[in-house]
Write a protein that binds this ligand. Structure first.
Ligand SMILES: Cc1cc2nc3c(=O)[nH]c(=O)nc-3n(C[C@H](O)[C@H](O)[C@H](O)COP(=O)(O)O)c2cc1C
Length: 225
């Protein structure tokens, strides 16, 4: 038996996307339609998240889908308060005519997302139980990537954001999360205005080595900023 929701065949949608092609064409989709997304589809992408690995298979993840308009506006206000000052440094750098166009596009899309966050139909928070007092963030990011890949498969647009965490406990308390279950990411999800496609990445041969990194291979050309 299949489950249909708002004309979407929840059971079948996304099931035919080839895994590696899906991985190669999952990029941050930050321009989204305000149209609602069936809750059953959000359930489906979160279920994909639950197939991620985790230490001791403890599965520490908790997903909270914020959809109610006033609640989305509350989140958007806080997101903007952190993100817009943060991106100002990049905006200043982008005044240089030599600033890479790809970075400029990425920045414009990120600003668009911040300015329109309250219109995004689903704000999916990912939180996780701590262990021995430590956040298990490393167990949450594989689940988050699975959700992003599942969104790609079913045709939803999504991206990974973390700016809200700068508000500390305020957002988590508002979400009903106890101190030992902090949120670590917010995935704005909706039907995309644009299309999925291959994101810009440096060639694998610049970051893959066999047995050891040859002397000098990491020097000079590119360092972590
Ligand atoms: C840990 C982490 C935190 C991020 N936080 C934000 C964020 O707060 N806001 C945002 O717009 N993008 C955020 N991003 C998304 C990156 O900017 C995005 O992955 C990058 O621009 C590559 O995009 P692409 O896959 O479309 O090439 C974050 C990504 C990671 C891995």
């Amino acid at each position: 038996m299949t489950t249909a929701s708002a004309g979407v065949d929840i059971d079948r949608i996304g099931e035919d996307v080839a895994l590696l092609d899906g991985i190669r064409t999952t990029r941050a989709i930050r321009r989204l339609r305000p149209d609602p997304v069936p809750p059953a589809l959000i359930r489906k992408v979160c279920e994909a998240g639950t197939f991620a690995p985790s230490g001791g298979n403890r599965q520490p993840w908790i997903f909270i889908a914020v959809t109610e308009p006033a609640r989305r506006a509350w989140v958007a206000e806080r997101y903007r308060a952190v993100f817009l000052p943060y991106i100002q440094t990049a905006l200043d750098a982008a005044k240089d005519p030599g600033y890479p166009e790809a970075k400029r596009r990425n920045m414009r899309a990120a600003i668009h997302l911040a300015e329109h966050l309250h219109e995004v139909p689903v704000l999916l928070f990912v939180a996780g139980w701590t262990r021995r007092g430590q956040p298990q963030t490393q167990a949450l990011f594989p689940a988050i990537q699975n959700v992003l890949l599942a969104c790609r498969a079913v045709g939803l647009g999504a991206s990974l954001t973390t700016a809200h965490t700068a508000h500390g406990r305020e957002v988590d308390e508002w979400l009903g999360l106890p101190p030992n279950c902090p949120s670590c990411a917010l995935l704005p999800i909706g039907w995309p205005l644009g299309r999925y496609g291959r994101p810009a990445r440096r060639p694998v041969d610049t970051c893959l080595f066999w047995d050891a990194v040859p002397a000098g291979a990491l020097g000079g050309s590119r360092r972590a900023e």
